[in-house]
Design a binder for this molecule. Structure first.
Ligand code: ADP
Length: 298
């Protein structure tokens, strides 16, 4: 059984933003800084490398993901963002060729220790994918799915759990009178919020979002971004996005990843810069970050 235990709190540095190049309109950078001095670290990655067979997708990653914040992973296609995201709840375990070296700690506990149950990991660390993927079941049954698997049978308790999850996912008012309708009958944006509700129904501590808005229109996208801000009050969010404006609008911290040759002379995904979003988008330290956020490549 995976224990949270040994909660290890750490601090992350804060930086002063001084406007230099202003590659993005700072008006679009809305996320306020949320980094008090006692910020706890949820995920701590040390020298992480992830390979598919002999192909090293990403390597040399050192990263600390702070609690109750939204951390965005950005970078050009194929640099290893999704691969890195999936390492945070052991989803890569489901890919036979995937392997990981280095360490990933979750609240101070080794996520990859032999004693850790990956199924329990995925309950605590939920995931939402690019394409909304409701089950071909009713709205109620989609959300009740996880709690039922975990043993909740009582109808009243299930009803309360479903209402709470749908409310947290900002979908309750839109679906409360049609809970028996198929989840597949909802609009794309509603389906994505249904998937978020399904993930929330098992009370995860963190939510990993892999390009959750890439299949959605701007209004549905804005609704999900608003929802992310509401959710970060209670959970930690890591989001992969290819949309820089989204990262700038909707995250507290941003990690820029690109494919490059590192000190080890191998070409793979590299974490170039990790900063408060406002700082990364206004005063990037690395010229590769600057080139990317100003649209010179990627
Ligand atoms: P991104 O999310 O930044 O687009 P990915 O993490 O999807 O990047 O992919 C990083 C690299 O790993 C790419 O070269 C990709 O082809 C490879 N890769 C991703 N998933 C798999 C897989 N299941 N099997 C083999 N190679 C993969």
């Amino acid at each position: 059984m995976f224990q949270l235990g040994n909660a290890q709190s750490g601090t992350t540095g804060t930086s002063n933003a001084t406007m230099r190049g202003m590659p993005l309109d700072p008006m679009t950078i809305q996320a306020p800084s949320r980094e008090p001095a006692d910020t706890k670290i949820v995920f701590e990655l040390e020298d992480v490398a992830i390979s598919y067979g002999a192909n090293v997708a990403i390597s040399g990653v050192n990263l600390q993901v702070p609690e109750n914040q939204i951390t965005a992973l950005i970078g050009p296609s194929g640099c290893g963002k999704s691969t890195l995201l999936r390492s945070l709840n052991r989803m890569n375990d489901l890919i036979p060729t995937a392997s990981l070296t280095g360490s990933v700690h979750y609240h101070g506990a080794d996520l990859y220790a032999a004693t850790v149950d990956p199924v329990e990991v995925r309950r605590r660390i939920g995931m939402v994918f690019q394409k909304p993927n409701p089950f071909p079941k009713s709205i109620f049954d989609n959300v009740a799915y996880g709690p039922r698997i975990l043993g909740t049978k009582n109808k009243k308790v299930l009803g309360e759990l479903v209402e709470r999850a749908l409310t947290r996912a900002a979908l309750w008012d839109e679906v409360k009178n049609k809970l028996k309708t198929s989840g597949l009958a909802l609009s794309g944006g509603q389906q994505q919020r249904l998937c978020i509700a399904r993930a929330l129904a098992v009370e995860p501590d963190a939510l990993l979002m892999d390009e959750p808005c890439s299949a959605l229109d701007p209004i549905a996208t804005a609704r999900i971004e608003e929802l992310m801000f509401e959710l970060r009050e209670s959970i930690t969010i890591v989001i992969v996005t290819h949309n820089m404006q989204q990262a700038a609008r909707a995250s507290d911290k941003t990690a820029f990843i690109t494919t490059d040759v590192g000190a080890d002379e191998h070409r793979s995904g590299r974490l170039v810069e990790f900063e408060e979003t406002q700082v990364l988008f206004t005063t990037p330290k690395d010229e590769r970050t600057e080139a990317y956020i100003t649209g010179r490549f990627g």
